[in-house]
Design a protein around this ligand. Structure first.
Ligand code: TXA
Ligand code: MG
Length: 368
């Protein structure tokens, strides 16, 4: 299949530029589009046949349900059989924006979208391109992240093309995504809101509006099954083995590990904050990704940099862990998965094994 590509121009009306993409979507084809979080792989969310094409394009397991994207607040009403006061309050506070609500599903939703769940995931994005495309199509758009299953989510159109060229109907290029990690998923079907996936709307923000908020136990403990089916898969994974250094001196630990790995003869990808990166030596075998100054910059750059390591064919990746406050919770959730839970803690000049593997180049230097 030839994949059409539309680069949006700022000097022309959005609607006329998006019309060919909306037409393909109405015909039941799959089109990738930008949102404020990551690029989505869209299809008509009320057309089961079209949604099946999403699963085929991604190589997505059939038990992993899709999010329906809407362009007006009230578009959720026909999709849900019931909306709790909790859901209404969250909608009023955080929509449009990077929040997905789990609500009881209505009759009109195709089985393939919810993958056997009694609930459906709904999101009202703030990105103007996403909203215009949904509005023009005239349907809720089912859209998972536009990557092949298991790979980091794409945050720009080139990364989408790398995974989806020749496989889907088209790609709308609206530039790079603002936030860079996926939306916060909140289950609204119980007594308290429960975060099933941390994201751009933080635990602290929800706490402030709702008074109480819980974290799905499956997010915290590796032995518990996560409630969002997609959260159980190894995800966001670059090709090379990745090790995450956490703790009060994470940056120092990354520098020390990078120097050791380089001395071992490895090509090393380093993903760290500005302050850490400044202290790294510049050698041919170190591929340094400066993730920026703060959490927002790290979130925005995370997936792009992980994909860059694949392109540079590094042998090993070292990531700098950050505190799990604010956006840090979402970032660490993704980074720990990318690293397959290979986690070291660096504190007072010592490496300690937290979980997973210990890299060969640090053996003998790590307290188990
Ligand atoms: O920011 C985002 O949410 C992006 C953009 C494109 O909107 N979308 C996204 O979709 O991340 P996806 O498919 O990559 O992740 C959706 C997650 C999966 O973990 C899935 O298992 C979960 O949402 N999910 C979907 N429906 C659910 C349901 N009814 N109950 C629990 N989890 C659900
Ligand atoms: Mg995804």
């Amino acid at each position: 299949m030839e994949t059409q590509y539309w680069k949006l121009r700022k000097d022309e009306p959005l609607e006329s530029q998006l019309e060919p993409a909306a037409k393909l979507l109405r015909q039941g084809e799959v089109v990738a589009f930008p949102t404020e979080t990551v690029y989505g792989l869209g299809a008509d969310g009320l057309n089961g046949e079209a949604c099946r094409k999403i699963f085929a394009a991604k190589g997505r397991p059939a038990d992993n349900p899709l999010i329906l994207h809407i362009s007006e607040m009230d578009q959720i009403r026909p999709l849900a059989s019931d909306l709790s006061p909790m859901a209404e309050k969250l909608m009023a506070a955080f929509w449009p924006g990077p929040m997905t609500l789990i609500v009881p599903k209505s009759e009109i939703i195709p089985e393939v979208v919810t993958a056997g769940q009694e609930t459906v995931a709904v999101r009202f994005p703030s990105d103007p391109v996403a909203r215009a495309l949904i509005r023009l199509t005239g349907r809720p758009l089912a859209a998972p992240s536009a990557n092949k299953s298991g790979k980091p989510s794409p945050t720009n159109a080139q990364d989408v093309l790398q995974d989806m060229e020749g496989i889907i109907g088209g790609v709308v290029d609206g530039g790079a995504c603002d936030i860079g990690v996926e939306s916060t998923i909140i289950d609204t079907t119980g007594k308290e809101p429960v975060i099933l996936r941390p994201g751009g709307i933080t635990e602290e923000m929800i706490q402030e509006v709702m008074g109480a908020v819980e974290l799905d136990p499956g997010l915290v403990s590796p032995d518990q099954k996560p409630k969002a089916p997609g959260m159980k898969y190894r995800h966001y994974a670059p090709k090379a083995p990745m090790f995450l250094v956490e703790g009060p001196e994470a940056g120092l630990g990354v520098i020390r590990a990078a120097v050791m790995a380089e001395a071992w003869g490895l090509k090393v990808g380093v993903l760290a904050l500005d302050e850490t990166v400044q202290h790294l030596p510049h050698t041919a075998r170190l591929v340094i990704c400066d993730a920026g100054k703060d959490m927002a910059a790290l979130a925005e750059n995370l997936y792009t940099e992980l994909r860059e390591f694949d392109r540079q064919q590094v042998d090993v990746i070292l990531g700098e862990g950050v505190p799990t406050q604010g956006l840090g919770l979402a970032i660490m959730n993704r980074m720990r998965k990318s690293a397959g839970h290979n986690i070291l803690v660096y504190d007072q000049g010592l490496f300690r094994k937290q979980s997973g593997q210990v890299p060969e180049f640090l053996q003998g230097m790590v307290v188990e």
